[in-house]
Design a binder for this molecule. Sequence first.
Ligand SMILES: [Zn+2]
Length: 193
Amino acid sequence: MEMVDSATDIETRLSSMVEVRESRIGGKGCFALKPIKQGEIIHLLSGELLAGNEVDTRIISGQSRPDDELQIDDDLFLALDEPSYFFNHSCEPNGGIRNKSELFALRDIDAGEELTYDYATTVGIEKAPGWILKNNDWSMECRCGAESCRREIKPVTSVPEETLQRYLNVQAFPDFIKRQLASSLPSLNTAIF
Ligand SMILES: [Zn+2]
């Protein structure tokens, strides 16, 4: 029982850092309820676990859109629940994803700021057998308003190498993406893994 209690305490503490409301980026977004320090966990993104072909089936049937699920391994996704679903993309994000689905602060964040991450950092390029759609085809129009906005967001290898290196230097990639980058972009300095 003690284990359950402490897990609930952590969840309560994390969810109390985030508020969902209307966003200028689009639709709803997640906002910081209090100041968050650089490196601190913002939220553990969670949801139902799905394999790649299950995600494809949902997209083909119209049950979900191609950018609704978060990829967390070569052939594993999360159908995000609330508030995880409402974190918006930004091309100049204040958060990043590390480990499997841990959103953390890339810099100090003020209370009231919208919390974002770069969706491309979680979209892999290698396709496991059994998938129906091609992951490489994924793209999303972006109007995040950042000076460096890429306009069209695509899988991780579409991100300019200097931006990838900046994310690498602060470990702002899930583990499976680090593995995929190390094999597909050997010019990156991946020694810090
Ligand atoms: Zn953008």
